[in-house]
Design a protein around this ligand. Sequence first.
Ligand code: AMP
Length: 500
Amino acid sequence: MNTLFDALFAPLSRRQDPLLLLSDGASLTGQAFLSRVLRQAQALRAAGVVAGDRIAVQVAKSPEALAVYGAAVALGAVFLPLNTAYTPEEVDFFLGNATPRLMLCDVTRANAMAPVAARRGVALLTLNADGSGSLTEAALRCDGDFTPVARGGDDLAAILYTSGTTGRSKGAMLTHRNLLSNAEVLVDLWRFTRADVLLHALPIFHTHGLFVASNVSLLSGGRMIFLPGFDAAQVIRHLPQATTLMGVPTFYTRLLDDPRFTRDLVAHVRLFVSGSAPLLAETHDAFVGRTGHRILERYGMTETNMNTSNPYDGERRAGTVGFPLPGVELRIMVEGAEVGPETVGMIEVRGPNVFKGYWQMPEKTAEELRPDGWFITGDLGKRDADGYVHIVGRAKDLVITGGYNVYPKEVELLLDEVPGVLESAVIGLPHPDFGEAVFAVIVPQKGADVTVEGVLAAVTDRLARFKQPKAAVIVDDLPRNTMGKVQKALLRETYKGWFN
Ligand code: AMP
């Protein structure tokens, strides 16, 4: 028995119907996909991979790339996906830390990767965006007769490196049970069935696209429209065939920017899910206005899979991430004690979803994962009177000015309400008197005529003096990473000399 393989991949042997619908109109049946998984597993074994080995994968999204995940699980190996944006120099750190047996990369990067892989003693095979490459050639020579290696719930299935927006990346060790338990809960909560067609436009090197989207769809026996990435025109073209879409907030803002995105277009869709970064209440409301749908927002992270979700039935409250998932405990802590509603503190979670620790980093693990299983998420938040969880921001983004704490989100919400303001990011910058000073980066709505003075004046009466931004700039866009997260560290770096 292999916990994850048996639940997600083995059932594909009975599926002669399409599992993956591709952007060029082609499709792949469940059986055909499973055959690729098993052939790849044979090829990887022939290349020397054994149970417990890490397989580093830095390749474009494709059916073959998803199959590598299945092959790694079948081998009892540890799947280690890497953001395709990482340079060879950055990849060097991951290879040094994770010491994988083998790495997959695109042929166009093979020359640049070869010396790094050689120095780290890692075998290199290629897998290209169109599915070709030396792995596929080796897999085609195999017959697919492969018995999955036995793995239990506590065995490692994957290592996902955190995005490292606040410090160096850490490899989160995720077990078969972590992944399967979360997928089971989400299938149930979000009512996924084999009748569902999930529009999959997320990257598969990140927990959202790899585990939330793919695992939920595989477990429910549904289909995926498997697109290489997010392209508004492509998504609009395929939405009429979809019943569900999982996205980051930028998917939704980009769709709303497009006049072709209409109520009729999504008549067939039953569920829109958002996560990985905060969805503005304004986007939520605009979405209801355009489509009649309330986006279901949920909260999770690399280390924990999903923690909370707004309800399927019942009120989906904009600006909140809903309630803890069944089986997941959540508490808000201030100075070592749990606090009640409306008090902001550190969010901690515990449950079968919570990872095993950081790979080869016992001190980091000890700092963030308590011996009794509570994980200190690094996110600040509160529950409201009805129990909905609100995320206020990363603890590291908290601004401490003249000894007072300022939660950026509180200021951002007020700034965003000023007419003409689309969105904002509030950060702390070094200041000679206050230690840090509150600073706002403001994005106006298209065509709106806003000034720094006007925006700051509009919030003056609504915020205690220490929370008021001491200065601000107006910019066209906030810097975001692929998952739609605002890069506050980059903003702090850009404006660090402002008050000096
Ligand atoms: P990652 O590990 O890359 O998935 O990032 C996880 C972090 O993203 C969390 O710790 C939160 O800070 C943030 N995040 C995820 N979902 C949400 C959400 N719905 N609202 C606000 N922040 C979120």
